[in-house]
Design a protein. Structure first.
Length: 186
């Protein structure tokens, strides 16, 4: 048989060991990156050490049909976490109120406040009016519990008097004090 001279351009070159190792590692990285996602794009468990919000400043979490049920955002003063009902209305809100501390709000199905906890106070709202019905607060060692009627007027207040004695005040429906009793001995 006759040998054909193919010239220098078709001759096999020698492979150095570094080129072989680099090629092998590139192939391994390629296979690993293809295996990093499942066929349907779902992960059973996702573990992260840090999660950074996008430039939009919020992260939403949705169910399997795309309905958002939770959002995490930055209000500019701090973080905000909100949860939503099936109609997409906020039912729970946890927020940083800056220099006033944190706030937790629970909302009724119509979006009106049901309860707010924050700034050293607990406020429970009336279902029909959406107005405060009960206020409990504590500031600098002084605490009080106040009920509010549908006219947004206080009706009963229990708390500390000016001398740190107990104090009970009863008001009429228009908010005028009608009975006062102090724990101070007469």
């Amino acid at each position: 048989m006759n040998e054909v001279d193919l010239g220098t351009e078709f001759r096999m070159k020698k492979l150095d060991p570094r080129s072989v190792i680099i090629g092998f590692l590139v192939a391994v990285i390629g296979f690993m990156s293809m295996g990093a996602t499942s066929a349907d794009g779902n992960f059973e468990t996702l573990t992260v050490q840090n999660l950074n919000l996008s430039e939009k400043g919020y992260l939403t979490i949705s169910d399997n049909v795309g309905k958002v049920f939770m959002a995490i955002s930055n209000s500019g003063r701090g973080g905000v976490v909100q949860m939503y009902n099936l109609d997409g209305e906020t039912i729970y809100k946890l927020a940083d109120m800056g220099d006033r501390g944190g706030m937790l709000s629970l909302l009724q199905e119509d979006g009106k406040s049901s309860m707010t906890l924050g700034n050293n106070a607990l406020v429970i709202y009336g279902k029909d009016t959406g107005q405060p019905g009960l206020i409990a607060d504590a500031m600098a060692g002084e605490g009080s519990l106040t009920t509010i009627n549908k006219f947004n007027k206080q009706t009963v207040s229990i708390g500390n008097g000016s001398n740190d004695d107990g104090l009970i005040l009863v008001y009429d429906k228009l908010g005028q004090a009608t009975w006062v009793k102090s724990g101070k001995k007469q």
